[in-house]
Design a protein. Structure first.
Length: 386
């Protein structure tokens, strides 16, 4: 599995310290004894063209209420066409301060109180918590775990749907497993949604970080009636490390729904800040070289983690096909609390319990290689028997 080591890339080697910047990731364990490899942001500075666009917008000096600037939707549309071969009408792009926020809006717009929202698990925690906050119910459909892949259990999916189910929240690629759904899966899911009259909301925030040259297929790009009704959520935030700037987009399938979408957020969803718009537009337009170099590093980091996991008896990990996240099954070690064991060894992963999967941890590899190597030494210590 291990491929050759890539040449060190300065963009991903020397990272600014995040101390005293209010970093959620680094402030979680004060004192510096625990290496934080949890929440999904990167320790790398954003690409130069993005920084230049932000500086230019700052130099303008006026930061009043701001709509999407004229270049925002066209930049996204061109990006989606170039990367995923998907043609989107720019009038159907609506900006949103975040994908989580957009999921919450979708629940309120497309379902009634007590309706059900289906989703595959384990999954990014807000998929599990947002329905309840909106008075809706989440229905979990666990993915099937084999030695080599996470796959859809179609029988279970059919068994879990009910007349109260109105929405399917698809995480595509899936987090935390890093699963990329292929065309056959997506078409089968579209058939299922059509039969059950479900709307699919597809969170495609990770779709620009597919590893090993794989191709992302946007759910809404399928030639299928369920795809033509689907809502797609995208963002530059994972790919170019812009989460703190709060700028994402929803692609809504028709003009009427687009109007309703905007109305559903009225008074609840804040306007997006002008720096977020500037950064997003520049990333989509000028960020591709940096993104490709990042993927080279992420493939290498994935391989380092897989090799380290293979050396620890009882740990297993199915190789992710996307993202910079590794979903590690620790149940074979017999350790009752893997998260606590890691923290005691100076490593701070995400706790699988937050994703509905006790016994697992999630490691974020988007840090300099030397730091990841140190983290992997600590991982081995965490599960070494005394
Ligand atoms: C699948 C998924 N969706 C959404 C988000 C967060 O999106 P946002 O910060 O735009 O709300 C994350 C962050 O890790 C994620 O993994």
């Amino acid at each position: 599995m291990t491929r050759s080591t890539p040449e060190p890339d300065p963009a991903f080697t020397n990272c600014p310290s995040r101390e005293a910047t209010g970093s959620e990731k680094w402030d979680r364990w004060p004192g510096g004894k625990i290496l934080p490899l949890w929440v999904a942001d990167m320790d790398f500075a954003a690409p130069q063209p993005v920084l230049a666009a932000i500086r230019q917008r700052v130099d303008h000096g006026v930061f009043g209420y701001t709509h999407a600037p004229p270049g925002f939707a066209p930049a996204l549309v061109e990006h989606l066409q170039r990367l995923h071969g998907w043609n989107v009408d720019p009038d159907l792009v609506t900006s949103t301060p975040g994908v989580v926020n957009a999921l919450a809006v979708s629940a309120r717009l497309l379902t009634e109180t007590n309706d059900e929202i289906l989703t595959f698990t384990p999954v990014y925690p807000p998929f599990l918590t947002l329905p309840g906050l909106a008075g809706r119910r989440v229905v979990r459909v666990p993915l099937a775990q084999s030695t080599a892949a996470w796959t859809i259990d179609w029988d279970l999916l059919a068994a879990r749907v009910s007349p109260a189910t109105k929405l399917f929240w698809l995480c595509h690629p899936h987090t935390p497993t890093g699963t990329v759904f292929d065309r056959a899966d997506l078409l089968a899911l579209a058939d299922f949604a059509q039969r059950q009259s479900l709307t699919v909301v597809s969170d495609e925030i990770w779709s620009d970080l597919l590893l090993d040259g794989q191709q992302h297929i946007p759910f809404a790009s399928l030639d299928h009636p369920a795809a033509r009704r689907a809502i797609t959520l995208v963002s530059p935030s994972k790919t170019w490390n812009l989460a703190g700037l709060g700028c994402a987009a929803a692609i809504v399938p028709d003009h009427k729904l687009c109007q309703n979408w905007r109305a559903a957020g009225g008074g609840l969803v804040p306007m997006i800040n002008p720096l977020g718009y500037a950064a997003a537009e520049a990333a989509w337009q000028h960020g591709d070289d940096w993104r490709r170099r990042l993927i080279v590093l992420l493939c290498h980091h994935r391989d380092l983690v897989l090799a380290a996991v293979a050396r620890v008896p009882g740990l297993t990990c199915i190789a992710p096909q996307a993202t910079y996240l590794l979903w590690i099954d620790c149940r074979g070690t017999g350790c009752a609390d893997p998260q606590a064991a890691c923290e005691a060894a100076g490593l701070g992963p995400s706790d699988g319990r937050d994703f509905g999967a006790p016994g697992f941890i999630r490691l974020n590899t988007a840090c300099p290689t030397a730091q990841l190597e140190e983290a992997l030494r600590r991982l081995a210590c965490a599960f070494s028997t005394p």
